[in-house]
Design a protein around this ligand. Structure first.
Ligand SMILES: Cc1cc2nc3c(=O)[nH]c(=O)nc-3n(C[C@H](O)[C@H](O)[C@H](O)COP(=O)(O)O)c2cc1C
Length: 208
């Protein structure tokens, strides 16, 4: 079987982790490299990943994560932060991101103008900068989970949290960073549950 599909079959939303098993640093480095290599719209990389292994911090986070046991049972909890305000077209961060490509000034200016037009006509009418920046974080989230699964490491994506509570516990400077999504990582303590998926024919349409 294809190795990526093998990993995707192994991955499931793990509800209980083995408290005795911790993820080795080399594996965490590999997983975080996958996050680092993730693509983002316009290459903005408007994100940061907090990797938490402290039992004390996990314990403090759990009440703000619907009291889900995954938070304290996991070997590591990764909090994916986005930088929404830095993605607005007028932000210096945006200009610097386009400039780092080393293109001629007029090409860089044209890129920024295209970005501004895209955000104003397509993105902002439908969603705010936080929602858009968070969408990028979910790409990193998927890569984290698939890479972990390729090393037989389990995960549970977590959207069940109170954003402000999590931000307070982690002392996050919310003028720059906002919590987008969380993922717990470790080794399963119980068997993988039955997977439910709609038939592939119902969700894939080929236009020939
Ligand atoms: C963005 C996202 C957030 C999720 N949040 C939670 C959560 O807070 N707690 C939980 O137990 N599962 C959570 N899940 C897991 C889903 O319920 C699960 O992926 C889905 O039921 C499919 O099951 P599977 O992942 O085992 O195939 C989340 C999944 C995603 C993608």
């Amino acid at each position: 079987m294809n190795s990526v599909i093998k990993a995707l079959n192994f991955r499931h939303a793990c509800k209980h982790f083995d408290l005795k098993k911790k993820i080795e640093k080399t594996h965490m480095d590999l997983i975080m490299t996958a996050a680092h290599l993730s693509p983002s719209s316009f290459g903005l990389e408007a994100w940061k990943f907090m990797v938490i292994s402290s039992d004390d911090v996990k314990k403090k986070l759990r009440p703000f994560c619907w009291d889900q046991p995954q938070i304290t049972e996991a070997s590591h909890v990764i909090v994916l932060l986005s930088k929404p305000d830095l993605t607005v077209p007028s932000a210096e961060y945006v200009t610097k991101n386009f400039q780092r490509r080393g293109l001629p000034d007029d090409v860089t200016k044209a890129y920024i103008a295209k970005y501004k037009n895209h955000m104003e006509t397509e993105v902002y009418p439908r969603m705010n900068p936080y929602a858009w920046a968070s969408k990028q974080c979910y790409i990193a989230l998927a890569n984290i989970m698939t890479t972990a699964a390729s090393e037989k490491i389990d995960s549970c994506p977590i959207e069940g949290f109170e954003k402000h509570g999590v931000e307070k516990i982690l002392n996050i400077d919310t003028s720059t960073y906002e919590v987008s999504v969380i993922v717990a990582l470790g080794y399963r303590a119980t068997e993988q549950s039955k997977r439910h998926r709609h038939p592939i024919e119902d969700i894939v349409e080929y236009i020939l």
